[in-house]
Design a protein around this ligand. Sequence first.
Ligand SMILES: NC(=O)c1ccc[n+]([C@@H]2O[C@H](COP(=O)([O-])OP(=O)(O)OC[C@H]3O[C@@H](n4cnc5c(N)ncnc54)[C@H](OP(=O)(O)O)[C@@H]3O)[C@@H](O)[C@H]2O)c1
Length: 267
Amino acid sequence: MTIRVCLAGATGWAGSSLARAIAQADDIVLVAAVSRSHAGHKLGEVLSEPGLTCPVYATAQEAFIQPCDIFFDYTKPTVAKTNSLAALEAGAHVIIGTSGLTELDYAELSAAADRAGLAVLAVGNFAITAVLLMKFAEIAARYIPSWEIIDYAHDDKRDAPSGTARELASRLSKISASSLTVALEDTQGMKEARGVRLNGSQVHSIRLPGYTISAEIIFGMPDQKLSIRHDSGSSALPYVDGALLAIRKVNALKGLHRGLDSILDLS
Ligand SMILES: NC(=O)c1ccc[n+]([C@@H]2O[C@H](COP(=O)([O-])OP(=O)(O)OC[C@H]3O[C@@H](n4cnc5c(N)ncnc54)[C@H](OP(=O)(O)O)[C@@H]3O)[C@@H](O)[C@H]2O)c1
């Protein structure tokens, strides 16, 4: 059976790479795309990919005129939640690749997915190497009580912390909170220098020219340290395989799930 997908952000850096891969897939078809600046065109004209014949709409709400099984969001955190809620109302499972949604956003999406009897799969990083970073970090957090997360990105990335850092903090919170020897309120000088406390982890976001996207978690114990780090290159290719897998597997889920390993067997 062919899986019908509506892709918001199909003309962007990550979305266009995914759209081109879908054009080559036998079991997935793009039925609608969303991009404000290319609305009214066929996606294939915009991406010079004749296999993509679906129309481009300015908003996700307009795009749902085309029935779809899955709505995939690769846009901006300012619209991703609204798009996803509208998709659930339209009867589609949702995959969120967009970073920057808050824990409150996810709580709202979780409730909406439960009401609709559909799935929301939010993946901060579709790259298999990033999925492994999270898995290895979860194992380490069972044995080492103190850690801090650093996320590195290009200078023009507006959202912080990154989706990967948020997902990592959320997952580690299910194991424990990172222990602090000096409580944050007892910091002498500037508390901000200690980063943000997110779901029990200290998170530091670096935004500088010269960086692409990296995430690092440092575990510390007396006289020993463990660093686990993931670095993406400059193309969107690392995210494509994971995103295709999510499209193929999301209908086996119900409710909110975070992370690609919701559909991978990494045990
Ligand atoms: N989970 C992962 O593995 C992963 C991987 C890569 C990127 N990301 C995340 O995915 C998101 C997109 O990244 P990107 O680098 O592809 O961004 P980008 O190149 O700026 O593309 C954004 C896309 O969204 C569309 N868009 C933006 N605002 C919109 C709105 N209000 N309504 C409708 N469409 C809108 C843009 O088209 P118009 O401007 O024409 O509307 C464009 O197609 C970011 O949050 C990024 O962090 C996640």
